[in-house]
Design a binder for this molecule. Structure first.
Ligand code: SR1
Ligand code: MG
Length: 424
């Protein structure tokens, strides 16, 4: 239900027609966009599942205005969703900018009542998922993403933060209840039973039945859900898929952290890898011949670069920024004891968690409510089902046997093997 504006700043969703009048009173907008607000070019471009997103262009510059809607846009006002998610997104962007400077768009203005964030317009960036479907390469992508995941994981944890600050932050973000509830249901649970909002491609039924009749798979997924819901190791982005990354051919940024929460260190990494694997498995529908093989291998090289950069950056921060109460220098180096093995053990645990989360994300994007364009844009439904089946079974392998895939080379070999399988 949309509120009617009867007090000065009561929430009211923006329209392109009113945006100039309503936002021209905000200096951060008026100064950047410039000129007469009635001449501003305003386009609503939101193609995500939840929010309004406007590009506002004037003689001096362009800004992005993102406003939360009081319901899930993908479904409609039958599914209400609190506006306060914009408050948490704003806090997340502030922390990510501190923890990995330059990795996220700059915020110019936040209005809590209007659930509205005015931020940097990234140009000529495109949503990474579109680039992956269009076969465009991005230089330095894996290194950027691996470092982002490592820096936010490490610097948002008690390896680095003062415990009092971290615990206060856990308290703050624990107010973001409904958004994690979406992930808890849509990502971790719905794929594994016939939930109301689920849908999948015709032809996948035998594979779906196989997954849903496997109690071990369901138990592993629920164990990962338990970690996701109760392990507050670090502040996670919470929805780090290729639609939450914008890139040019040489530069990338991470956007859209409204699913922020404190959670396991491997969560963002795992979600991210899943989205690269789904891009990989869907390529056969998007290009052919030499370009197909070349681009598929490029995607796998991004996966390898991401994992390598994550491990290297995390290890570097371990050596140089261990200022929190966990694994204190006083307990190791000051006693003449190396802590390298402890770091390696922790990275092994993060890796195993990440592979489990990766498998679950591969499942939910094919079986639950919110699918992705990589597969959804495939018109030939038989081909779509064949490619999704490979994705589903590799996902199951990862959830079931996360601890047996111990290296990046093994992971990439697994992807190449599943990509050759004729399952249906
Ligand atoms: C009802 S929201 C569905 C999905 O959209 C968001 O981008 C998240 O991925 C969420 O799971
Ligand atoms: Mg999003």
């Amino acid at each position: 239900m949309i509120a009617i504006m009867d007090t000065p700043n009561q929430y009211q969703p923006l329209t392109p027609e009113e945006l100039g009048t309503r936002l021209s009173v905000i200096d951060a907008v008026a100064d950047r966009v410039g000129g007469d607000p009635s001449t501003w070019k305003v386009q609503e471009v939101g193609d995500g599942n939840l929010n309004l997103v406007f590009i506002v262009e004037g003689p001096e510059g362009t800004v992005i205005v993102k406003q939360a809607l009081p319901y899930v846009r993908l479904v409609g006002d039958s599914w209400p969703l609190p506006l306060y998610r914009a408050f948490f997104e704003n806090h997340a962007l502030v922390r990510q900018a501190e923890r990995d400077p330059g990795a996220v768009p700059e915020i110019y203005h936040f209005d809590e009542e209007q659930a509205l964030i005015v931020m940097e317009f990234l140009a000529p960036h495109k949503i990474l998922r579109r680039k992956l479907i269009d076969g465009e390469k991005v230089a330095g992508l894996g290194e950027f993403l691996g470092k982002f995941c490592a820096r936010t994981a490490f610097r948002g944890s008690e390896l680095s933060m003062k415990s009092a600050d971290k615990k206060k932050d856990v308290g703050l973000f624990s107010g973001n209840v409904e958004i994690p509830a979406i992930t808890e249901a849509l990502v971790f649970t719905d794929p594994y039973h016939e939930a109301d909002m689920n849908h999948h491609t015709d032809g996948l039924d035998p594979v779906v039945a196989e997954l849903r009749s496997n109690p071990e798979l369901k138990a592993k997924a629920q164990r990962l859900l338990m970690k996701f819901a109760s392990n507050t190791e670090t502040m996670v982005h919470g929805d780090l898929h290729s639609g939450s990354i914008m890139s040019t051919d040489t530069d990338s940024r991470v956007i859209d952290p409204e699913f922020v929460q404190y959670g396991p260190m491997g969560f963002d990494l795992g979600m991210l890898l899943a989205n690269f694997f789904m891009a990989y498995f869907s390529q056969e529908a998007h290009r052919h011949d030499a370009a197909l093989e070349d681009y598929r291998e490029w995607i796998l090289s991004v996966v390898a670069d991401t994992v390598k950069a994550f491990d290297e950056e995390f290890t570097h921060l371990w050596k140089t920024e261990r200022t929190g109460m966990l694994y204190p220098v006083a307990l190791f180096e000051s006693q003449g004891h190396h802590s390298g093995d402890a770091c390696a053990d922790l990275l092994d645990e993060i890796w195993a968690d990440a592979l489990g989360f990766c498998g679950i994300e591969m499942h939910r994007r094919t079986l639950s409510l919110a699918h992705n364009a990589d597969f959804e844009e495939i018109e030939d439904k038989d081909l779509k089902a064949r490619l999704e089946a490979r994705n589903l079974l590799m996902g199951a392998e990862l959830v079931l046997n996360a601890r047996t895939t111990t290296s990046i080379d093994e992971l990439l070999t697994l992807a190449r093997q599943f990509n050759k399988k004729d399952i249906i």
